[in-house]
Design a binder for this molecule. Structure first.
Ligand SMILES: *[C@@H]1O[C@H](CO)[C@@H](O)[C@H](O)[C@H]1NC(C)=O
Ligand SMILES: *[C@@H]1O[C@H](CO)[C@@H](O)[C@H](O)[C@H]1NC(C)=O
Ligand SMILES: *[C@@H]1O[C@H](CO)[C@@H](O)[C@H](O)[C@H]1NC(C)=O
Ligand SMILES: *[C@@H]1O[C@H](CO)[C@@H](O)[C@H](O)[C@H]1NC(C)=O
Length: 262
């Protein structure tokens, strides 16, 4: 009997590879541009539309989540992507308190694998607002696609040091949008997106100015503010953390994310 040779194995591998290449890859396709209250809990990212990619493609799903005041902005894209490797990336661009920006991107190679429905694992930023103490400082606060129609002066949480007023322009991945953002921050520069210029296929351009706080009309008694300050310190320490995981490790990503964010 003939032994099993390396060449046989190689042939089988090549056969397997050809078999894979012969299939057309289908991916979900959508673009998301939304601003609202509580969106990260209710948002269903499932795309109705699918597309067939050219050879050499992967599927991708990428989203930017920004929180200012009570509102959340979601800018997301699903579709084919080329010249990329399988990976999952989660970035906390701006840590709490106050303005928060995170992004998530998943590149995968199986049929319709860009099928994430919910984003509350990583996109629910509402806890930040509830669990941090307020200070007497205030900033104009708003979040809107295009231009804010108003920007009421809202209290900042302790730990914020300035007011941020900026615009983020996002193009690519079927998105062409500008988001206006105002709110309290501890940033000293225009780094809401921590100088990242892409999230998946989306290109990001940030312009902003950093302003001093609006002068409070009266000084409030701050003695009741101390209770939850520990949270603020811990969350701030997780500054602009970025992680890209090989695809096989993706099950560990969420435990890492929840440790950092919760
Ligand atoms: C999202 O929408 C899809 C299709 O419209 C549906 O099948 C799925 O159950 C929804 N997911 C959630 C979590 O509501
Ligand atoms: C995006 O929209 C703006 C104005 O709405 C337009 O001037 C610009 O050409 C668009 N960019 C792309 C890449 O479609
Ligand atoms: C704040 O109020 C508490 C009692 O409510 C009082 O004991 C304390 O002196 C006040 N502090 C300031 C800075 O006014
Ligand atoms: C607010 O933050 C400042 C500096 O970060 C700290 O010194 C102060 O004790 C904090 N106040 C409260 C009430 O937590």
């Amino acid at each position: 009997m003939r032994g099993f040779h390396l060449w046989d194995l190689l042939f089988l591998i090549l056969l397997g590879a050809c078999g894979t290449l012969a299939h057309d890859l289908n991916c979900q396709r959508s673009s998301t541009m939304k601003v609202g209250v509580g969106l990260s809990k209710t948002f269903n990212w499932t795309a109705e539309e699918t597309e067939t990619c050219d050879s050499g493609a992967l599927c991708q799903e990428s989203i930017i989540v920004i929180k200012a005041g009570t509102k959340t902005a979601l800018l997301g894209s699903k579709g084919c992507v080329y010249d990329s490797m399988e990976s999952i990336t989660f970035i906390q661009h701006s840590p709490p308190p106050d303005l928060v920006a995170i992004s998530y991107s998943n590149y995968c190679e199986d049929m319709l694998c860009n099928n994430r429905e919910e984003i509350h694992h990583f996109g629910d930023l509402s806890t930040y607002a509830d669990s941090i103490v307020q200070s007497s400082n205030r900033c104009p606060t708003c979040l809107a696609l295009g231009t804010c129609s108003s920007a009421p002066s809202l209290p900042c949480v302790n730990g914020s040091t300035r007011c941020y007023e900026g615009k983020i322009k996002i193009t690519g991945g079927d998105i062409n949008a500008t988001v206006e953002i105002k709110g309290c921050t501890a940033m000293t520069n225009c780094r809401l997106m921590s100088r990242f210029q892409t999230v998946g296929p989306m290109l990001i351009k940030e312009t902003c100015s950093i302003q001093p706080f609006i002068k409070p009309r009266f000084a409030e008694n701050g003695s009741s503010l101390a209770s939850h300050f520990g949270f603020g310190v811990r969350a701030t320490a997780a500054i602009a953390a970025a992680i890209t995981c090989p695809f096989v490790l993706r099950k560990y990503l969420w435990s890492w994310v929840s440790q950092c964010l919760c």
